[in-house]
Design a protein around this ligand. Structure first.
Ligand SMILES: Cc1cc2nc3c(=O)[nH]c(=O)nc-3n(C[C@H](O)[C@H](O)[C@H](O)COP(=O)(O)OP(=O)(O)OC[C@H]3O[C@@H](n4cnc5c(N)ncnc54)[C@H](O)[C@@H]3O)c2cc1C
Length: 423
């Protein structure tokens, strides 16, 4: 029986993109990685005393971003209305799976890793142009898009706060009208790319009554760094000496009306749009990384000998390989199905996107945990990058909705009657 539309292999056009992306990486980026091995392979050497990435690492990332923009990869998922190629969620799933299955974790110029959640290869909603800013005013588009599309400028997505993480409705940042302008005050926390961004998409409360009723009241603003927002501090986490993540402060930062994105009081929908893109991308990244770790485990188990035979001959090892295959297979098919639904289904696949993010991240951590076990002592070494993948998967259980929030979303949808497994 021919399935109605869904195909679990990338279409020809996406295959070609993946092939040319691999060539671009192998020819342009891998040599750069080799030349700069000393600074890139060790997180104790990547940051300066203020916890910022060292100048040379920042310059390398910026170089790759611009090169990737020239080659057409950086803006591949940016909507056509903003000047990008407009590839949708299903293409993003295929590309992220293939990319991460091939290159693995801990390669900061290619994939997220070494604690860095952004990759300079493809703009994500947290660091570059995306559908989150599609409703920008034409005036603003003219001003900021050229730099963003060329990878010369970057942005950040400032939603979370010290007292408002999962619970966005507890947001304290306020924006008040002053004549024709808006004045923003507040603190944003955990902001990826915050230390390096030229612009921030900032969410602030503009109507407390709507907020209290959870019916709106949050507006999205686009704010250039020169308008006065500051990097208060950088947050090092999970074995790092610096990071991409910052606390930002907005102290009477004034922007004109033209800097509102979309409708006043309905910015929460914009935020969720970004977060949904992020959730599915994280699912796909993790399911690609799982494949990489599984392949590493298979190869090692066939070579490593203990008690006179290769460890692949022991059933204990075989079961770990089989379990990792199960995790990888279910993760990848889940993401592909979910990407297909996101492009083709009449209703948004809310619980499916939560399933993809929640499941694939946890599965990836299991696969890396088994891989480390199969490699024995070698598995713990920095050199093999298994610990990078393990750490990255652990990190991913928090941003873009914690594992508990994904389960909460799934359960709420189920209890509302959205119980379908296949649409
Ligand atoms: C590396 C990293 C990068 C990030 N990047 C960004 C970014 O670029 N922009 C941005 O705006 N934010 C970003 N975040 C913030 C991220 O989205 C929040 O950390 C996340 O939403 C969780 O919020 P919290 O840390 O305040 O935890 P809390 O919301 O305080 O949660 C604490 C614990 O309580 C649980 N919990 C909370 N509510 C419920 C509930 N209703 N039911 C069951 N359990 C619940 C949580 O699952 C968690 O286990 C990033 C975070 C990290 C770690």
């Amino acid at each position: 029986m021919k399935p109605d539309g869904i195909n679990f292999n990338p279409p020809q056009e996406v295959r070609q993109i993946i092939d040319s992306m691999f060539k671009f990486i192998d020819n342009e980026i891998v040599p750069l990685e080799k030349e700069n091995k000393k600074v890139l392979e060790d997180e104790t050497k990547m940051y300066d005393e203020n916890l910022y990435l060292k100048k040379e690492v920042q310059e390398l990332r910026s170089y790759v971003r611009k090169k990737s923009a020239e080659a057409g990869f950086y803006t591949i998922f940016v909507p056509e209305s903003l000047g990008g190629s407009g590839f949708g969620p299903l293409s993003s799933v295929f590309i992220n799976i293939k990319l991460h299955a091939r290159y693995g974790p801990g390669r900061p110029l290619i994939t997220p890793g070494r604690g860095l959640l952004v990759s300079p290869l493809m703009a994500g909603f947290v660091d570059g142009p995306s559908s989150v800013i599609a409703e920008m005013t034409d005036e603003l588009k003219k001003q900021v898009l050229p730099g963003l599309l060329k990878g010369e400028k970057t942005q950040c997505f400032a939603l979370s706060e010290p007292e408002a993480g999962s619970d966005v409705w507890s947001m304290k940042t306020r924006a008040e009208r002053k004549g024709k302008n808006w004045v923003i005050n507040g603190i944003k926390q955990w902001i990826t790319n915050g230390p390096y961004a030229d612009y921030a998409v900032v969410f602030a409360v503009t109507d407390t009554e709507l907020l209290k009723a959870k019916k709106g009241g949050i507006t999205a603003f686009y704010v250039e760094k020169e308008r006065g927002w500051k990097v208060q501090s950088i947050i090092p986490y999970m074995g790092h000496f610096g990071s991409d993540t910052a606390i930002l402060s907005f102290d009477n930062v004034e922007v004109p009306e033209s800097h509102v994105i979309g409708e006043v009081n309905f910015g929460f929908l914009k935020a969720m749009e970004g977060i949904d893109i992020g959730r599915l991308a994280i699912g796909a990244i993790c399911s690609g990384l799982s494949e990489w770790a599984l392949n590493e485990s298979i190869e090692y188990s066939k070579q490593r000998k203990a008690f006179g035979q290769t460890i692949s001959e022991y059933q204990a090892i075989q079961f770990m390989l089989a379990d990792s295959y199960l995790d990888t297979y279910t993760s990848q098919t889940l993401c592909i199905h979910c990407g297909w639904l996101a492009e083709n289904s009449e209703k948004p696949p809310i619980k499916e996107i939560s399933a993809a993010k929640g499941y694939c991240v946890e599965a990836c951590q299991r696969v890396f945990d088994r891989a480390i076990q199969i490699f024995g002592g070698m598995g713990l070494t920095n050199e093999l990058r298994l610990q990078d993948g393990f750490r990255l998967a652990r990190t991913y259980r928090i941003p873009d909705g914690t594992s508990e929030i994904q389960r909460r979303t799934i359960a709420r949808r189920l209890l509302k009657g959205d119980t379908s497994v296949v649409f």
